[in-house]
Design a protein around this ligand. Structure first.
Ligand SMILES: Cc1cc2nc3c(=O)[nH]c(=O)nc-3n(C[C@H](O)[C@H](O)[C@H](O)COP(=O)(O)O)c2cc1C
Length: 314
């Protein structure tokens, strides 16, 4: 009896995860089935699980699973498994990295009349992202209702946040990389220095940016702080122009990141973390090379540019 159960579970599991035949799970799951992720605390129905399997398989089409063991005891079973796959298509907004990953997990299932009614999993999709070197800022992006510690009763809408951000004065950078020898880049003012020792910096890049897939795949990126003589360069890199480097002189940093000539300062940094924050990815990078010139940095405030040589010291 136990052996039959183990075989039934293993067969249904393989059909669903290895071949995408998710309907195979219908026969082994009870109508009130619920899946609980230990990592996120989130619950899912069978339909949501089937959707997740298809999404994972879409991102990792060669996914294969080995059931390492199934241990059954009365009305519970523990399934230990190992999954291997290559990330060749977009998964959870992460463009293909070509990386081959392996993850292990254990699912603890409760059975009623031989069917799974509850499943607790040690693994979820964010774990797979983790294997790709990507982390989710899950706490930061949880809906207000799920946040226990922070009082977000007055959470501002996007329009208020835009007004708020317009009061914040920044410089402007151009973040660059190369993809198959082609230089790419975009204007960015979300630059911040994270720490001096070690020398860490960060930028937030919108996932819809055409530069994003190249940046995501890169090991290094360049950050150029732009100056008062580079207004046109800013306009170019804030646009969707196809060859943004046609009208600028640049030189490659030691790892190939384009550094724009005439910038007040440029650096090349190694990408160390890629935090997923729904619409944006936060890149945390370790600086490997830096250049500083005498050029005057430009100031950006509420959609306008200013000359930092004209400032009145208080
Ligand atoms: C001053 C300024 C700051 C910007 N900051 C950012 C930023 O921090 N992150 C981002 O993703 N886009 C930022 N943008 C928008 C991109 O530069 C813009 O969407 C660009 O067209 C993207 O180009 P791409 O799609 O070719 O990569 C900024 C634009 C300007 C003008």
């Amino acid at each position: 009896m136990q052996q039959l159960l183990e075989e039934t579970l293993t067969t249904a599991w393989r059909s669903a995860w290895d071949r995408g035949e998710v309907a195979a799970l219908d026969a082994v799951v009870a109508p009130d089935y619920v899946r609980v992720s230990r990592a996120s605390g989130q619950t899912a129905t069978l339909a949501q699980l089937q959707e997740e399997i298809l999404a994972v398989r879409a991102g990792f089409p060669d996914l294969t699973t080995t059931i390492d063991s199934v241990v059954t005891q009365e009305d519970t079973a523990a399934i230990f498994w190992t999954t291997t796959g290559t990330h060749t298509e977009t998964f959870l907004g992460v463009p293909p990295t070509g990386r081959r990953v392996q993850t292990r997990g254990c699912n603890h299932v409760t059975l009623v009349d031989g069917r799974i009614t509850r499943e607790e999993v040690t693994w979820d999709g964010s774990e797979l992202l983790h294997s790709l070197g990507v982390r989710h800022l899950s706490d930061a992006q949880a809906p207000a209702g799920e946040v226990v510690l922070d009082d977000l009763s007055g959470e501002p809408d996007p329009q208020v946040m835009k007004t708020f951000n317009r009061q914040f004065i920044t410089g402007v950078t151009v973040v660059t990389t190369q993809e198959d020898g082609v230089p790419k880049g975009l204007a960015v003012n979300s630059y911040a220095s994270v720490s001096l020792e070690p020398p860490l910096v960060m930028v937030c890049i919108q996932k819809t940016s055409s530069t994003y897939p190249a940046l995501f795949a890169a090991t290094h990126l360049g950050i150029n702080i732009l100056g008062t003589e580079q207004r046109e360069t800013i306009a170019t890199f804030a646009s969707k122009a196809t060859d943004k480097f046609a009208a600028v002189d640049w030189h490659p940093a030691p790892h190939g990141s384009p550094l724009i000539d005439g910038s007040p300062a440029s650096l090349e940094a190694e990408i160390r973390e890629r935090f997923q924050a729904r619409t944006h990815t936060v890149f945390i990078c370790r600086v490997r090379h830096a250049e500083v010139t005498e050029a005057t940095p430009i100031i950006y405030k509420a959609g306008r540019f200013y000359d930092s040589d004209d400032l009145t010291q208080l």
